[in-house]
Design a protein around this ligand. Structure first.
Ligand code: AMP
Length: 299
């Protein structure tokens, strides 16, 4: 298995200033896997309820994603509802129904335990630790988190940061975690907590990567029209990790290119509800935006 993703699979109710859709196929690890599958073979570990639509699992398999680690348990799939304001950056969680996620205990197969690249998508830190405990010798482990866990599960999250290679955070999470207002200082403080690399996402203003051997900053790919930003962070991580796994080696150059790939992948995610825009991409879509983004940032 080249790339393993562990996290949530969900049905989301999404409200934007222009539209409303319920029961959209979502979840942190689901978005990640779909994004990463443009670059690498992905194995997804998560849990769903008996209400899961077979067509949704079939869609994942049609992208070459190994879904044998998606447990189907009695009960309902995790559900989340969110509403965006006109600036797209302000998001309010309307409801969270844990359902089968409440007792999720990831179990990796012998092949999944040997994964070289691992993404611990946003989930309770206990779940992220449980997955990591089963990994034998990964080349690169990256984790995501959210304000909720920084708020209610910080000790467990801090322990996790000492066990991983990289963490991906948005501005609010980086400031909350470190108490630093300045983002560069916040990123430096995150490195002091354990990981070798930190990626800070700044929404429409782009993202930067900081580590001992690399400091790289890029703008977001400019899109004309945003339909639904849900999952953009997971898709960024999917493009980033999917590309890194396809290269097999983590070098400063590969990390920089992975940042561009993540950015371009996320730019497609926001152009449709759920993963619909990603699902209809042709093979040359991401490489073409990669070239455009490169020309935008090159003197
Ligand atoms: P993002 O927009 O990148 O923050 O990801 C949105 C996805 O995260 C949605 O599809 C939700 O189902 C999922 N999500 C929302 N709340 C949580 C949570 N507490 N834990 C894990 N995943 C969540």
């Amino acid at each position: 298995m080249s790339l393993l993703a562990v996290g949530t699979v969900a049905y989301d109710d999404i409200e934007t200033p222009y539209a409303k859709q319920s029961h959209v196929f979502g979840g942190s690890a689901m978005y990640f896997s779909v994004a990463a599958s443009s670059f690498s073979q992905v194995s997804l570990v998560g849990v769903v309820g008996e209400d899961v639509r077979r067509a949704d699992l079939e869609f994942l398999r049609s992208r070459g994603i190994d879904t044998s680690g998606v447990e189907i348990q009695p009960g309902k799939t995790f559900r989340w509802g969110g509403r965006y304001e006109t600036d797209w950056n302000t998001r309010t969680t309307l409801f969270t129904e844990l359902n089968v996620l409440e007792h999720f205990d990831p179990k990796l197969t012998p092949a999944q335990r040997k994964s070289r690249f691992v993404f611990l998508a946003n989930a309770k830190p206990r779940v992220q630790h449980a997955a990591l405990d089963q990994i034998e010798q990964a080349a690169f482990v990256m984790a995501d988190t959210m304000n909720l866990w920084i708020d209610i599960d910080k000790p467990d999250l801090l322990k996790l940061l000492r066990r991983i290679d990289a963490v991906v955070l948005n501005e609010e999470e980086a400031r909350m975690l470190t108490g630093e207002k300045n983002l560069l200082k916040a990123a430096g403080a995150v490195l002091g907590l354990g990981p070798r690399y930190v990626i800070l996402k700044k929404g429409e203003h782009g993202a930067f990567l900081l580590g001992a051997d690399v400091h790289f900053s890029i703008p977001a790919y400019p899109v004309d029209e945003v339909y639904d930003p849900t999952g953009a962070g997971d898709c960024f991580a999917g493009g980033f990790m999917g590309f890194l796994a396809s290269q097999g080696r983590v070098t400063p150059g590969a990390l920089r290119r992975a940042m561009l790939m993540g950015t371009c992948t996320a730019s497609y995610c926001v152009e449709g509800f759920g993963v619909e825009a990603l699902a209809r991409l042709g093979a040359d879509a991401i490489p073409s935006r990669y070239d455009q983004l490169l020309s935008i940032v090159t003197v």
